[in-house]
Design a protein around this ligand. Sequence first.
Ligand code: SAM
Length: 460
Amino acid sequence: PVSSADKLSIVHLKRDLQIPTILKEHDEDDEGYTEGKVVNTRFGSFPHTTLIGLPWGSQVRASKVDTGSRGRRVKGQDKKRKREESVPEGPNKTPKLEDDEADASTPTTTKEESEVVAASSGFIHLLPPTPENWTSSLPHRTQVVYTPDYSYILHRIRARPGTQIIEAGAGSGSFTHASARAAFSGYPGSEGTNGSATKKRKLGKVWSFEFHEQRHEKLQKEIQDHGLEGIVQITHRDVCEGGFLVDGQSPGAESIFLDLPAPWLALPHLSRSRPPKSACGSNPASPTDDTTPFISPLNPTTPVHICTFSPCIEQVQRTISVLRKLGWVDIQMVELSQKRFEIRRERIGIANGTERGLQLTPASVDEALARLMEVEGTFKAFHENGEKVESNKKDKVNPNNREKIMESLVERKVYKEGRLVHRTEPEVKTHTSYLVFAILPIEWSEEDERKAREKWEVEM
Ligand code: SAM
């Protein structure tokens, strides 16, 4: 589970700031430099050569020198530095490299370079590409489906390893990446983190459609760059017009996700057999012409699960109306709303109690002290009173000093220092879209009818 050249990595600066980067040994645009490309961030500069080959999760210190002037270092030296600069992520782990520790491979820095050093003392974490990381760092070309929505949607449409998924429109590819992982049982770049790469994979596929030419091209390029070819097949098409067959063949879909402005216009194409005109709503391009053979894009042997994603309730109403006419069942609409739990400090209450004339008991002093220690991790008040205090908060306080301690606590307004409590934030409106779910059962065939009849006759 390490990063490698020509593969996507996520340079994680902080929770809401991540830079997706394809790591390069050399910068093709910059002949003669062995340094390769550099990620320049507000936390400093990170040459790609120092990031290649590191375990995922490594914490990496910013380059100590001006990357422009260290461009002619040889590769072996970079490797040495790379080992020194990286440490696996984890509690209490700090990089081994001391800031002032001289790296033999680093050229002597000039005054200007030293200034760069001072400004570049930050670090990043190098993360593997996952759909979640990609969603929070991808270049937005459209509104995207975020992780809370797509995890729920993928679960409800039964996407799992081996599933054939239809997705339209692809937009910025956020849902595309998430569904690729769900269908493929593993994800390029995640090899080793869950062992999936070494196990036998069940191959599903994402059949993706996008009618906007540039968006289609950009996503096609990302799919190649991210090693998702063969897992995602993207077709440039208006699905309301042209439906979901690819090169005249059926994707055999079992799960469908439509993120379109008018999903009801695409639904007639997602039938098991030619749909009646009366069920096709207002779409003039519905596949109702019976001079051409109708090929269903669906798997005939399994129920098909669909989700449509629409911001307005009017879109939901039109979608549901057409779903009903086309024989979809178990139709439901869901709106996801998130709740944040907030952790804050709350006043201790000891001084409040005093203000209200309440009796302070020895136990309440002990309790207040214990909380104070939690807050500060030290017993400064005791030291100010000339007391030596053990750092174990369970230790009992000398009863003779309670008076003094209580006074000092009240004086210091410890109630302002507080204790930790958690509560939910007032309802935050996070409406993204309404999700409509439905199931298209397997069609009852002549063969089913014959078998059922035979069974019934035997039983009678
Ligand atoms: N789900 C995407 C994501 O997570 O990044 C975002 C989809 S974006 C909101 C909707 C996309 O549907 C747009 O890129 C648009 O070009 C495409 N689209 C709209 N109508 C379409 C149609 N009839 N056929 C194919 N694509 C269509």
